[in-house]
Design a protein around this ligand. Structure first.
Ligand code: HEM
Length: 462
């Protein structure tokens, strides 16, 4: 019996080491960056997801600014050098196309990150006309103002979970821009479904019950028919609506009229791209303001100055928003210090030479922008919340500032997102004071910025 056991253990060990060796050989080519790939298939995914920032730091100190690893089902090179990062983002044509994990593609469908060249240009152009700076100035600022005004009503005396509220705000404001007047039952079901999809976009693509990925795929199966039904309802009605869905249905890009599948893809792109980015930035901005009372006072002064020039129900305009210079600085500093976007991903379409190394075709490249956010040359005292650094001319447009990406993929929703956060701050600080509840101490920073137990605050009238 013992002999049998011995052979079983010996065989298991030898199979394990053979697979490890095979995995190493499969991915080893001369001239590749240093680093280790971990176990076959799962690679170093668990360490990456659970100890992300530490994982990056350790490897940087061992291997330098460019190293290889294997996460989320794919071999990957991580880049931390600001110049290399910029080079990667501005050289899509050399074979560095967006390369988000399979989980993201399978859950979101053929979204903007999946298309390149002329098709990307067309879809991006159509998105920019819907949510780009001109659309924000002409149409979206009044809509956001109306939303925030009523969303932030009646919070006096309440204890709220700010995280829950900012997530809800971010979702509702995008959904209402897409479909202006849907029933509450649709909104609630769609939110619950979409949330499952969003969580699954950064997960190991293991399609078995109980995994995030599995429930994300199930949620997608439910969300697509909901959107199809929405389109059919619109087509069957002669009423017009002042929303993005009506515009998408009318859109003709250079003679190309979007079909239903393309409209659904655009809706998912709009809902997903501006969701967590806006909610997390809003939550963290309020958190940093609370932790820095003198900065909060300056922000209050800025907003009361705007408010005092207005009639009680007069709307905030684009010009008012443009005058919120200190608020813009707070938002940028929040994005930097909290690293709302930790990095962006690319995939190589051919072997690429980078800093003297070869990155094989089909590998992922993780442009880890978080590291650049703490570059002491660009941001002296990088761990201090100092929004006023952004008032200096040129920092926002500095080559190494890639909070919103760079190159042909730079964020088209930047101003839309900034206006949402700015107007949330406007109504929040001019209407309320708040105290953090004691049990709020935990904040996770990677791969998502979030408060695992919520961020509970007690609100009183200002
Ligand atoms: C305010 C917070 C936001 C931040 C920090 C942010 C950040 C970014 C970053 C870093 C990228 C580059 C991704 C890459 O290179 O792969 C990006 C792209 C993108 N963002 Fe944003 N974003 C924000 C808000 C929004 C909003 C509100 C929308 C609205 C729909 C949006 C839509 C997009 C889209 C569609 C892309 C892909 C563009 C392309 O591939 O051409 N973003 N964003």
């Amino acid at each position: 019996m013992l002999t049998v056991l011995y052979y079983v253990v010996a065989l298991t060990f030898s199979a394990f080491f053979t697979v490890l060796k095979w995995n190493k050989m499969r991915y080893s080519k001369p001239g590749m960056p240093p680093g280790s790939l971990g176990l076959p298939f799962v690679g170093q995914t668990f360490k990456f997801l659970s100890h992300g920032t530490q994982f990056m730091k350790q490897r940087k100190s061992r291997y330098g600014n460019l190293f290889k690893t294997h996460v989320l089902g794919s071999p990957m090179v991580v880049s931390m050098d600001p110049d290399t990062n910029r080079y990667i983002l501005t050289n899509e044509a050399k074979g560095l196309v967006p390369g988000y994990p399979d989980s993201m593609k399978n859950i979101l469908g053929t979204n903007i990150a999946e298309v390149h060249g002329a098709v990307h240009k067309r879809i991006r152009g159509s998105l920019l006309s819907l949510i780009g700076p001109i659309a924000v100035k002409d149409r979206l600022v009044p809509e956001i103002d109306g939303f925030m005004r009523s969303y932030l009503d009646n919070w006096d005396g309440k204890i709220i979970d700010l995280q829950e509220k900012t997530v809800e705000m971010s979702f509702l404001i995008s959904l209402k821009a897409v479909v202006a007047d849907e029933a509450t039952s649709f909104i609630e079901t769609f939110k619950a479904t979409f949330d499952k999809m969003a969580v699954a976009t950064i997960s190991l693509p293991i399609n078995i019950p109980g995994t995030d990925y599995y429930s994300g795929l199930k949620a997608r199966e439910k969300a697509i028919p909901m959107l199809r039904e929405l389109l059919a309802k619109r087509r069957a009605s002669s009423a017009t609506h002042d929303d993005l869905l009506d515009q998408l249905m009318k859109t003709e890009d250079g003679g190309h009229k979007l079909d239903d599948e393309e409209i659904i893809e655009q809706i998912i792109t709009i809902m997903y791209s501006g969701y967590e980015t806006v909610s997390t930035t809003t939550m963290m901005a309020i958190k940093y303001l609370y932790d820095n009372p003198s900065i909060l006072q300056e922000i209050r002064d800025e907003h009361f100055e705007i408010k005092q020039k207005k009639m009680p129900n007069e709307r905030i305009t684009w010009d008012d928003y443009k005058n919120m210079k200190r608020t813009r600085a707070v938002i940028l500093e929040t994005m930097r210090l909290a690293s709302v976007v930790a990095g962006v991903m690319r995939r190589t379409t051919n072997d690429i030479e980078l800093n003297g190394y070869t990155i094989p075709k089909g590998w992922r490249v993780y442009v880890y922008t978080r590291e650049t956010n703490f570059d002491p040359i660009l941001y002296p005292e990088p761990f201090v919340f100092n929004p006023w650094r952004w008032l200096e001319k040129g920092l926002e447009s500095h080559n190494h500032c890639i909070l919103f990406g760079a190159g042909g993929r730079v964020c088209p929703g930047k101003e839309w997102g900034m206006v949402k956060v700015s107007l949330f701050i406007h109504y929040f600080v001019t209407r309320y004071r708040w105290e953090e509840e004691k049990a709020n101490k935990k904040l996770a920073k990677f791969p998502r910025v979030l408060a695992p137990d919520g961020l509970h605050i007690k609100i009183t009238k200002y």
